[in-house]
Design a protein around this ligand. Structure first.
Ligand code: CP
Ligand code: NVA
Length: 306
């Protein structure tokens, strides 16, 4: 059965761990593993991207494959061709489809008609490739994932919050989320993450007070308050978010040796201060680099999976 990576809990805990192991090996030895020789990957972007686009293109080349990067806004998808028909055709040309799009149900439709793996390169609901890189970074810095406490501060209903909930729970982490009223995580995702955490020894906690949430945390995670596609939704994303800004004072309440993650692009001075982003606790540049290694491991696993 063809495997897809549409949301973080599409991987079992053991599978996620194997992919992270491989990612760390590929980081140490980036050019000798070539499971994509003779294979092609189509990466389609309906939203802007710097990291995801470049890291997939370079990663596929390093794995010996060919990539086709497509601006989804110019495809026939944008006219009347259906997602399913697009998927059937892509399955005849390439070996993996990577897609950055809007609603999760769009990528589910792509996967439903696909004979090849489909990878979520960000939807409104999930950003699982990013969280694989985040988990890799936490493992590098803290030596393990199980039992580590990561606190997300920001829009609890966005793709990063949801992926951290599911991906962190899969890794056996204690994931805390603090979000303003009206920006809470989706209840069904909280339920799924809690169930996964019960299997792995992790936990999921929703808190109101940022200081209490940060207390004892090993990792602080933040993200833009306004995700792509929300720019003109008319909602006030400043006054209720301001208290969640990751600054030196808030970081001072975290556990000793705590690190800070941000998927980037950062809105400096809004969700995170320059002092923290450029300071000693910031792991964001390693996090950005690890997109490359984690995605290479994911692609390798998908094309070699029986
Ligand atoms: N973090 C991330 O996905 O960055 P891009 O939007 O630049 O791809
Ligand atoms: N939540 C952000 C992540 C960007 C990589 C967005 O969707 O715009």
């Amino acid at each position: 059965m063809v495997r897809h990576f549409l949301r973080d809990d599409d991987l079992t805990p053991a599978e996620q761990n194997d992919i992270l192991d491989l990612a760390l090996r590929l980081k140490a030895d980036p050019l000798t593993h070539r499971p994509l020789a003779g294979k092609a990957v189509a990466a389609i972007f309906e939203k802007n991207s710097t990291r995801t686009r470049v890291s997939f293109e370079v990663g596929v080349a390093q794995l010996g494959g060919t990539s086709v990067i497509v601006d989804g806004r110019t495809m026939q998808l944008g006219r009347e061709e259906t997602i399913e028909d697009t998927s059937r055709v892509l399955s005849r040309y390439v070996d993996v489809v990577v897609w950055r799009t809007y609603a999760q149900k769009r990528i589910e439709a792509m996967a439903s008609a696909s004979r090849i793996p489909v990878v979520n390169a960000l939807t409104d609901e999930f950003h699982p490739c990013q969280v694989l890189a985040d988990l890799m970074t936490i493992r590098e810095r803290h030596g393990a994932l199980a039992g580590v406490t990561a606190t997300y501060l920001g829009d609890g209903a966005n793709n990063m919050a949801h992926s951290l909930l599911l991906g962190g729970a899969t890794a056996g982490m204690h994931v805390r989320v603090v979000a303003p009223v009206g920006f809470e995580s989706r209840p069904d995702i909280l339920v799924d993450a809690t169930k996964r955490a019960e299997e792995t020894g992790g936990s999921i906690t929703v808190l109101d007070d940022p200081r209490a949430a940060v207390d004892g945390s090993d990792v602080l995670v933040t993200d833009t308050w306004t995700s792509m596609g929300q720019e003109n939704d008319g909602r006030d994303r400043v006054s209720s978010f301001r208290k969640l800004r990751v600054d030196a004072d808030l970081l001072g309440h975290a556990a000793p040796g705590a690190i800070v993650l941000h998927c980037l692009p950062a809105h400096r001075g809004w969700e995170i201060t320059d002092e923290v982003l450029d300071g000693p606790a910031s792991a964001v540049w390693d996090e950005a680099e690890n997109r490359l290694h984690a995605q290479k491991a994911l692609l390798s696993w998908l094309v070699t999976h029986p």
